[in-house]
Design a protein around this ligand. Structure first.
Ligand code: NDP
Ligand code: MG
Length: 386
């Protein structure tokens, strides 16, 4: 088999680790171009050595000396900073896994899109913020955007061989997160440690908090809007605590196709890496008899208003989703730093959204400016200490 080249943006994270675990198991089929991280220089260097990457990049320039030292004696290039990260992504690879967390991943992801390869997208915040700017670039440069997010990967699989014009509805499933059954009073007191303990998935801290607030599902709603053009009125959300059915597509004839699988991101990542073929994963197949029951219920937007905000944001369009995302990133960081309480996260997003709006972005620079401005506003609105 001829080998394919791969770049992993955010190689030291949870999605990065799952991706590289698959590559490790199919080592002779892949050649690693670039691996990036923010500041985890030692971890990044170890991965770059193991996978014989061409280049390793840390976005935090302060981490460059440590990266250089850890790569001493190898031919692997070491670089740092935002521009170096973009340059590494712009080297192009057959597959680029976009697995940086937050809107920080947007510029390198766009640089990879401009090379026209396959973009395996985990970094939902980038698509939420850039929206049409990203999908237009995908079309312009002939890139192939494959969703890694488990719900969107499920939907993508359920759409294969069908005409999207016959879709009646797309339903995103949501585990409901660790606080699914908590009362509002309990939610007020939820701690960062409790929020990052997801019942079904092991993930980075930011997305774990997003799952707890249901903002993750809000971001995914907007992500689905851009990936699958069926119109916002055909997008639904349902709570499914077992995280076995990863999402569903209902067709006009009453057929509903669903994708099921273990709660292990290696399954959707493998689907994107091998598409349109399939590859082996170490994941055990589902034992439905042992699982016994799959249950579903409507989301509760009183306790978890984030999905309501996201639906409104996508309907309003323009700069609103980017502002929502930026405000959420700031609020989640403040919560993780114990500066604000759990229920303040989504409240503060709503406060930033009520401030009025920037004009709709038409290019990457516009999106980055909107994101930066919204972060400033979000910080200003945040009470110093609770
Ligand atoms: P992690 O926090 O585990 O990893 C984030 C990665 O991005 C790390 O490599 C980190 O480097 C790097 N990074 C962090 N900040 C920056 C920055 N400012 N500039 C450049 N690189 C940065 O996140 P996850 O792997 O959990 O999530 C990654 C993305 O995938 C998110 O968008 C998330 O929503 C999405 N996703 C994740 C899922 C999961 O199961 N984890 C499921 C579906 C989607 P360093 O180690 O140096 O900090
Ligand atoms: Mg998801």
């Amino acid at each position: 088999m001829t080998s394919r080249s791969i770049t992993v943006l955010g190689a030291t994270g949870s999605i990065g680790a799952s991706t590289l675990d698959l590559i490790r198991r199919h080592r002779d089929e892949w050649r690693v171009v670039a691996l990036t991280a923010h500041s985890s220089a030692a971890e990044l260097a170890a991965l770059a050595r193991e996978f014989q990457a061409e280049i390793a990049v840390v976005s935090d320039e302060a981490a460059l000396p440590a990266l250089r030292e850890a790569l001493a004696g190898t031919t692997i290039e070491a670089a740092a900073g935002a521009a170096a990260q973009i340059e590494a992504a712009a080297r192009g690879a057959d597959v680029t896994v976009a697995a940086i967390v937050g809107c920080a991943g947007l510029a390198p992801t766009m640089a990879a899109i401009e090379q026209g390869g396959v973009i395996a997208l985990a970094n939902k915040e980038a698509l939420v913020s850039a929206g049409d700017v990203m999908t237009a670039a995908v079309a312009r440069y002939g890139a192939t955007l494959l969703p890694v997010d488990s719900e969107h990967n499920a939907i993508f699989q359920c759409l294969q061989g069908n005409d999207i014009a016959h879709v009646h509805a797309i339903t995103l499933t949501a585990s409901g997160g660790p606080f699914r059954d908590w009362s509002l009073e309990q939610l007020e007191k939820a701690t960062p440690a409790e929020a990052v303990k997801h019942p079904n998935w092991s993930m980075g801290a930011k997305i774990s908090v997003d799952s707890a607030t249901m903002m993750n599902k809000g971001l995914e709603f907007i992500e689905a809007y851009h990936l699958f053009p069926v119109g916002v009125e055909r997008l639904r959300i349902i709570v499914h605590p077992q995280s076995i059915v990863h999402s569903m597509v209902e067709y006009r004839d009453g057929s509903t196709l669903a994708q099921l699988g273990p709660s292990d991101m290696r399954v959707p990542i493998a689907s994107a890496l091998a598409w349109p073929a399939r590859m082996d994963t170490p994941c055990a197949p589902l034992d439905l008899a042992a699982i016994g029951q799959l249950t579903f219920r409507a989301p509760d937007e009183t306790r978890f208003p984030a999905t309501r905000l996201a639906r409104a944001a996508v309907i309003e369009g323009g700069a609103v989703p980017a502002v929502m995302n930026a405000a959420n990133e700031i609020a989640v960081a403040a919560f993780l730093n114990s500066q604000i309480g759990f229920t303040r996260i989504v409240q503060s997003v709503e406060n930033v959204l009520s401030l009025g709006l920037a004009p709709a972005p038409t290019c990457l620079e516009d999106v980055i400016a909107i994101d930066a401005e919204a972060r400033i506003r979000a910080r200003e609105l945040m009470e110093p200490v609770r």
